[in-house]
Design a protein around this ligand. Structure first.
Ligand code: PLP
Length: 623
């Protein structure tokens, strides 16, 4: 026995710290999901995968758990209700879902359904999102908050929304947007309620902190705010102004930054209320973060607070400032997209291969090898804990010699391959010896990283994990089975795009950022799958079509009280014909080209069938 247990596996992957009560390792060593926190039912992801395979749905598969979306809506509503009660806040809170965080209709529908009775609002940031929002079922009281820069058409869309019975609210991001309101007035169209996005001095923290502070792209400075108020008064539109809004960035890692921003915004709100504005809402934007690595710190992949502390701080600070200024408490709104969506989606990928020189079968050495091979063999056989550093350096010289001899035509390809195989064996030994040394020299730290397996996984980083590629954002990643056994391999994950950037080489860790993932060494990786967790926020919408790998297969899964599961919806991933069509390649045109090729009728018909068949294939690797 190696002393490895489920408990050790939980510690190794940190799941108790980041699992958020939604994910755990079960007693058989499977990663399991518990989408309903209150009713403790759970399902191993391997079981979901098996059900999918029965329906011929192959990996990569994105699993969506609508029950998690419900749970998150409930969690934020409960947190604010608790805070409002505790501090005796004299108004209410309603969330707004910022649709840009994940526009998938099924996702938005689940959120809207969960928040319906609490009049959850929707936030849109463009004309397209505004039009899409008309398809959603909103409570009569709910607002459609329209952020983003606005032109005449955007205002017309809002006027249509009003006609459809929606409560449209335009958040003015920049002074130039005001003019569009005059057009509506002139054309006697409905004027939406208005909000001002205020540019705060306060900044966020973490990777998206540029969204806040005085140099941010959005919002009205204090003088612009006053001028805009005058402008509204002058044009008899001031009674439409109902909301102040701010957003200092997504994934705010440090609660102090949130407090500062709230206090500043509440002060601006209260001062404007005092000069007679009929404001009703204070919208604190997004930024409520997720603890991706479970460290509960202000590092980029974490947050040093939870949803209850966030709600307490919003409620308490607004209350204190409003009491101080003797104005009534505003209705509170937050646009917490990441918090609502991140947990609900899990990407399952299959592991295809691992490639490292030393996993190729060892070569057979002859009694009489060439001199260079003999020299390298000597280093390999005689390396010890005392001489490993010197012998490793010798092997580097021999490796250069080996290459030079090959380039000069003095060495056979067999000898070159033997020498290279030996070099990697020596490197591995040297790394092992270096781990026991008091001080690990940088060169061995680097060498160790170089020796990690690169396992090929069937996915595209650019399509499924764009924020890891663009921003090094970390996501919890782990195997979904074999977790009762000790993982003995350290690996980075390479995707199947033809791009060397397509690699995950940073992983969550409680104390650090890991440069490898612990995976199991097994002979056949056919049934070995990895889960990329918390990919429900922003990844769907930001993903791109690099190498024409398209959207992946999707399943929406619910779990019953008796631990059985139901696949509610299957959304087939994009086929080759779908991804090529985006760039103007069409099956019919490809088939038309066959006509000029002087083919027999039979060949032409067979090729036509082949091409149509290819066009209907999933873009990812299949068995
Ligand atoms: N509101 C606005 C105006 C935003 O720009 C964003 C995203 O950056 C959000 C809300 C959502 O933020 P988060 O996902 O951090 O809650």
């Amino acid at each position: 026995m190696d002393g490895f247990s489920i408990k050790t596996a939980k510690e190794l992957y940190g799941i108790d710290s980041w699992g958020a009560g939604y994910f755990d390792i079960d007693s058989k060593g499977y990663l399991s999901a518990m989408p309903t926190k209150n009713v403790k039912s759970s399902i191993p992801l391997t079981q979901v995968l098996k059900e999918a395979q029965k329906k011929n749905i192959s990996t990569p598969i994105l699993l969506r758990f609508p029950q998690i979306l419900h749970g998150q809506v409930q969690a934020i509503n409960n947190a604010f209700a608790t805070a409002i009660k505790e501090y005796k806040y004299k108004n209410q809170y309603t969330p707004a879902y910022p649709i840009k965080v994940n526009q998938k209709k099924s996702v938005v529908d689940a959120i809207m359904e969960a928040g319906y009775s609490n009049s959850i609002n929707i936030e849109v940031g463009s004309k397209a999102e505004a039009v899409a929002s008309f398809a959603l079922k909103l409570n009569k009281k709910a607002m459609t908050i329209c952020n983003g820069f606005k032109d005449k058409d955007y205002y017309n869309i809002m006027a249509t929304g009003e006609k459809l019975g929606r409560n449209m609210l335009a958040v003015i991001e920049k002074p130039f947007e005001l003019d569009g309101l005059l057009q509506l007035k002139k054309e006697k169209k409905a004027i939406p309620s208005l909000g001002f996005r205020i540019k705060l001095d306060a900044k966020g923290s973490g990777m998206w902190q540029k969204s806040g502070g005085s140099a941010s792209k959005f919002g009205l400075s204090m003088s612009q705010l006053l001028q805009a108020i005058e402008w509204l008064k002058k044009h008899d539109l001031i009674e439409h102004l109902k909301m102040f809004h701010f957003h200092i960035g997504s994934q705010i890692t440090d609660i102090r930054k949130i407090k500062q921003a709230i206090r500043e915004a509440a002060r601006v709100y209260a001062k404007c209320k005092k000069i007679g504005l009929d404001l009703e809402f204070l919208n604190v934007g997004g930024g409520l973060g997720i603890d991706y690595d479970g460290s509960k710190t202000s590092s980029d992949a974490s947050v040093n607070y939870g949803v209850q502390e966030y709600a307490n701080d919003v409620v308490y600070n607004v209350l204190e400032i409003c009491n101080d200024e003797q104005v009534s408490h505003p209705q509170l709104i937050s646009e917490s997209g990441r918090f609502l969506t991140a947990y609900h989606a899990v990407l399952l990928v299959d592991v295809r291969d691992q490639y490292h020189e030393r996993y190729i079968n060892p070569p057979k050495f002859k009694k009489q090898e060439s001199k260079i091979i003999q020299d390298i063999l000597y280093i390999d056989e005689n390396m010890t804990a005392k001489n490993f550093r010197e012998f490793y350096h010798d092997s580097l010289v021999k490796k250069d010699e080996l290459q030079a001899m090959f380039h000069l035509g003095l060495l056979s390809i067999e000898d070159r391959s033997k020498g290279e195989w030996l070099f990697w064996a020596i490197a591995e030994k040297a790394v092992k010896y270096s781990q026991n040394a008091k001080y690990i020299a940088d060169e061995f730290v680097e060498l160790r990283e170089h020796l990690y397996e690169k396992v090929v996984c069937n996915f595209s980083l650019f399509q499924s994990l764009p924020d890891h590629w663009a921003l090094d954002q970390l996501f919890p990643i782990m195997p979904i089975s074999h977790l009762q056994k000790k993982p003995t391999q350290k690996a980075t994950l390479v995707d199947i795009t033809c791009d060397s950037d397509g690699e995950v080489d940073k992983f969550v860790d409680l104390k650090d950022i890991k440069s490898y993932l612990d995976i199991h060494q097994i002979d056949d990786y056919k049934d070995y799958h990895l889960a990329f967790l918390f990919v429900g926020a922003y990844q769907d919408t930001m993903g791109d079509m690099h190498n024409l790998f398209g959207e992946v297969n999707e399943l929406s899964v619910t779990i019953n009280k008796d631990n059985t599961m139901k696949i509610d919806q299957i959304y087939e991933g994009e086929k080759i014909k779908d991804t090529i069509a985006i760039f103007d390649y069409f099956p019919e045109k490809i088939i038309n080209n066959l006509k000029n090729k002087n083919l027999t009728e039979k060949d032409e018909s067979d090729l036509k069938k082949d091409i149509l068949n290819y066009c209907n294939m999933y873009t990812y690797l299949m068995d």
